[in-house]
Design a protein around this ligand. Sequence first.
Ligand code: CA
Length: 232
Amino acid sequence: MAAPIAKKTILIVEDEPHIVMGLKDSLEFEGFRVVTASKGKEGIALARSESPDAVVLDLMLPDINGYNVCEEIRRWNSFVPIIMLTARSQETDKIRGLDAGADDYLTKPFSVNELIARMRAIFRRAQRGSTAPEAFDVGDAKINFAAHTALVRGEEHQLSFYEVELMRLLVERIGQPVSRDEILSKIWGLESLPTNRTVDNFIVKLRKKIEKSPDKPAHILTVYGFGYKLVP
Ligand code: CA
């Protein structure tokens, strides 16, 4: 049995009772506090009132779809990790979910253990701490890890949970290549998959916020066939 996790609240927004029940039982067994909503609007309300530490959000809901729920939550909370459940495996749906503000997705049917692995990864780094400083300058950007912000040429950008963690890992290993597999396993809690574009999507998001020319990055560099490297 793994070490206990400090009581974190996870909000599940899903209308299929057997999935909700399975997830709730398993996550509670892992030591999480679980709140559930079977409709999108109820999920949005609970995301406000319960201040969850993570959200598991189904795409297909009876009232409004998961993309809209995600966008609504992101309106006032840019940081809470949101993992989307999707019955579709098309790349466009995943991209749309990531664009709506989701951090990750699982395609149904998924194993509960896979979801738990991701939840543990989300909270593991927070527990173990980081050697990265509280604030760090990358080019024209001032990254504030505690405030989850990047101040770039006078403009403040909010950073999401995974953007902060990804940046923190690159800062910890400044000037060294960090492999995509290591990023996936350390931050997302994923086994490496050749088709997984999650890391690349988040690199694109970070570059848009931090780089002067996101298409010709000067700081968050691609190490071809391997991963990424930060040059401040
Ligand atoms: Ca559903």
